[in-house]
Design a protein around this ligand. Structure first.
Ligand SMILES: [Zn+2]
Length: 123
């Protein structure tokens, strides 16, 4: 048999759970992550990161390359022929302002929550 105090406790717990879920949902819905891929400081691709979306992007020239993998809301360099392999070792990034840098090939992949240059997708 539940006492009045038990019922109150359950109500408070449910209320607290609902309150913690709702702000989480709204912030996820509002925060659109973009991966900005730059080579030599020039933005060459902006990829919107979405749950369930995946893509492999190969950038570079006939001399060298970086193969980038986008999966859900994270990005990594899967493969590259740079000498230091730091970009590959960096692994997955998934938070705004995180970045992967490939110094030898002047490649920077940066995550941002908003993007000023969505037109970059078409180029
Ligand atoms: Zn590299």
């Amino acid at each position: 048999m539940l006492t009045r105090a038990d019922k109150l406790l359950i109500a408070v717990l449910i209320f607290a759970a609902v309150c913690s879920i709702i702000p989480g949902l709204t912030s996820v819905a509002h925060e659109q992550l973009f991966a900005e891929i730059r080579v030599d400081g020039k933005l060459i691709r902006t990829v919107a990161l979405r749950q369930g979306y995946s893509e492999r992007i190969r950038i570079g020239t006939s001399q060298h390359y970086n193969e980038i993998e986008v999966a859900d809301k994270k990005v990594r360099v899967v493969d590259a022929d740079c000498p230091d392999q730091i970009c590959v070792k960096t692994g997955w990034i998934s938070l705004p302002s995180q970045q992967i840098v490939c110094l030898p090939w002047h490649v920077v992949i940066k995550l941002s929550a908003t993007s000023q240059n969505i037109d970059g997708i078409a180029r």
